[in-house]
Design a protein around this ligand. Sequence first.
Ligand SMILES: [Zn+2]
Length: 324
Amino acid sequence: MSTTSSVEPPERSLASSPEPRPPFPNTPFADIILRSSDGEEYRLCKATLAQASSVFADMFSLPQPDDASGVADEQKDGLPVLPLSEPAHQLDVLLRFCIPQMPPTLDDLATTVSVLEGARKYQIEWALDTARAALVRLADEEPLRVYAIACRYDLKDEAREATRRCLRVPMTSLIGAKVEELEGINAETFQRLLAYRQACASTVVDHISSASWAWINTGGWVWYHRCCGYSDDWVSRLNLAGTTVSCRKWWDDYMKDVVEKLRDCTWEGALSSCDAMAFFLRGNSCEGCRAVVAEHISQCRQTMKAEIVAAISSCSYIFVSDLQ
Ligand SMILES: [Zn+2]
């Protein structure tokens, strides 16, 4: 079986074309010029654009008998010119999702928002998915900004992720934050975040400081037993839940520190700034207890992390739209 069909580029000289803007190829198959609002031009294939964007697909399929291009009034080098309202720095990123090349990595919020807007406007699905994934990633560094952006664009999953990251930010920092993106949401939406932040802090602190630390109260932990070499590091006091706790003083001091840190930064990672062994060594440095203390601290920390995660999960963030 043989075929005689082949794909020939149209009769158009590349020599007359301007240098392409990387990474956009100067293809002889280009059949449209997209022009940015600031005058940059992109020579691309309508079929490729139409595959990536349903808006371009609809635009190019509109029957307009008076105009060979179907979409443009202006011609340049025999190609229709389609003026777009986005500036080149936005189109550069967005159009990379429309050509068969590696898409750009979205590692800053400004670019991500630009892609988000363009992807929604031109309905470029995978650019939208990429921008949404980038939002979640960037929430680690900029949780409040991502929260505001996600709420503004009604991206609930991403907004929820951002609320979880906001738990790591002290309440005072959230309230006092100077974040431009907050102007894009209403006061009630910001209040929802603060309410969630406060609910999580209360729930976690109440649980971790619950009566006699009920979540670890097996009684077998080393801090519930008097030290072999010291007898003056034993405390009995009312804990936050109003229950008398008897334990080694260093452990009591450590748990006070944990609770304070969790109040400020309500997530399991806050434990990394609380050094239980340092409290033990400060209180006494009994060599007889040291090994078992280290082991019990390690075990307890894992349990406490899981308890914190579970307590946070028990709190719901409620969108303003779900309240109505
Ligand atoms: Zn000891």
